[in-house]
Design a protein around this ligand. Structure first.
Ligand SMILES: [Zn+2]
Length: 250
C-alpha cells in the first residue's frame, strides 16, 4: 500500500524507492508527497507568460524554396523547418502551405539569381526524446523580455493526442490553475518532461508509460493563445532547451 502523508496525497512506492538512491527523483518525490498541497505538480509553473500565436500561412509558388521563403520573411530556415516539421533541405511542392512563425502578413518571395546556400541539419546525433506531438512550433525556449520561457510551445488542434517523449513514470497528472491539465514524467536517466495546457490527462500518478503512449489531449487553456501544449525538459532540476533533446524535424 502506498503511504499516505498528512496532506492526503498518496506517495507512490516507486517514488519512495527513488528516495533511497537520493537525487532529483527523491527531491521531487518528497516535494510532491510531503511539502506541497495535494494536486500540485512537482515543478514550478508560475508566472509563465504565453505569447500570442502569431504567424501567417504562405502558399508555395513555383520556384520557391525553403531558403528563399525564409529570406523573404527574415526568419531562419531552421525556424521555418521546425515550425512545419520539414528537413532543412526539404523540396517544397507548389500549393504547399507553410506556417511562417512571427510573420504578420503574407509576402511575395522575390526571384533570386543567387544559388541557395548549403544547409546543414539543425541538430545531429541521437535524440533522447521524441516529439510529443506533430504541430506548429511557435514559441522557443529562452528569455522573453524580463522573464524566461522554460519550454517550447507547440500548436495543434484541440484533442490532438499528446505522446510521452520517452519511457518513464508519471510524477504528476492533474489540473493546475492557469495551465489546464498537466502531466510530468520522470525518465530513467535523470530527465523530466512536462506537458501543460492539456484538455484532459489519460494517465495517473505513478503510472509507467512507454515512449509514444498517449498521455493527454491538447487543450485551449491559455488565455491569449490558441490550442497548444507547453513542453518542458528538465535535467538536473534545470529547465533545458527541449530542441536539444528532440530529433531534427522530418
Ligand atoms: Zn509555453
Amino acid at each position: 500500500m502506498p503511504e499516505r502523508p498528512a496532506n492526503g496525497r498518496a506517495c507512490a512506492p516507486r517514488a519512495s524507492r527513488a528516495c533511497v538512491a537520493g537525487g532529483l527523483a527523491c527531491a521531487l518525490a518528497l516535494v510532491g508527497c510531503v511539502t506541497t498541497p495535494p494536486r500540485k505538480p512537482p515543478l514550478a509553473l508560475e508566472g509563465h507568460p504565453e505569447p500570442d500565436l502569431q504567424g501567417v500561412t504562405h502558399v508555395v509558388k513555383p520556384g520557391e524554396t525553403l531558403w528563399r521563403i525564409a529570406r523573404a520573411y527574415q526568419v531562419r530556415v531552421e525556424d521555418l523547418s521546425i515550425a512545419n516539421h520539414l528537413a532543412d533541405s526539404a523540396v517544397l511542392t507548389v500549393g504547399q502551405e507553410l506556417f511562417i512563425p512571427g510573420a504578420k502578413a503574407v509576402l511575395e518571395v522575390p526571384p533570386s539569381d543567387l544559388p541557395a546556400p548549403e544547409v546543414r541539419p539543425a541538430r545531429q546525433g541521437n535524440a533522447p526524446l521524441a516529439w510529443p506531438l506533430i504541430g506548429v512550433l511557435y514559441a522557443r525556449f529562452g528569455p522573453r523580455g524580463d522573464t524566461r520561457h522554460d519550454g517550447i510551445d507547440i500548436a495543434a488542434p484541440v484533442g490532438t493526442p499528446v505522446l510521452a517523449a520517452a519511457d518513464g513514470t508519471v510524477l504528476f497528472a492533474g489540473a493546475q490553475k492557469g495551465y489546464g491539465f498537466v502531466v510530468v514524467v520522470q525518465h530513467p536517466p535523470g530527465l523530466i518532461t512536462l506537458y501543460a495546457h492539456n484538455q484532459a490527462v489519460l494517465v495517473k500518478d505513478a503510472e509507467e508509460v512507454k515512449a509514444g503512449q498517449p498521455i493527454a489531449k491538447v487543450g485551449e487553456t491559455s488565455k491569449n493563445s490558441g490550442p497548444h501544449i507547453h513542453f518542458e525538459v528538465r535535467e538536473g532540476g534545470q529547465p533545458k532547451d527541449p530542441l536539444r533533446y528532440l530529433p531534427a524535424p522530418r
